[in-house]
Design a protein. Sequence first.
Length: 170
Amino acid sequence: MMTGHFLFYICTGIWLVLEVYLYVFFNRKVTVSNREKTTKYIMLILFIAATLGGRYASPGFRENFIRPFAPLRYCSIPLLLAAFLIRMGSVLQLGKSFSVNLGVQSGQKLQTVRFYKFIRHPGYLSLFLGFCGIGIAFYHPVGTSICIAISFLGIYIRIREEEKILLAHF
């Protein structure tokens, strides 16, 4: 296997293992009055479509992907690593307040320091960076566009719902 592909699969694997771990072990309950669960499934469906869409929507995608990594494609590696590190950092900062379910837990305070001092939703930034990394690694105009656009749509839908909950509570 070529070095670029190997690094891509390792970075993507690490990032995906983290996301699965969070989904399994941080599926915490939030208060019933502000709970929203639907968008995590919408995001999952859109993320699957983002990663598989280019492959099925465009002839030549597979042949393009298996080519050796060009210099631009190596940009996907730091994006995936940044996605992992930002996601880990934001989860660690939220601590017991983190949940894959949207909502506010009793006694939860609005975070405004460290990551959250600079960006309101660092976890979603990490997801977008990760999907940009995957899209760049695809190195195919249709596959890259589909991956980035559909993942952005999923993140946008989720942020919009989370903002409603946060604004109502804080």
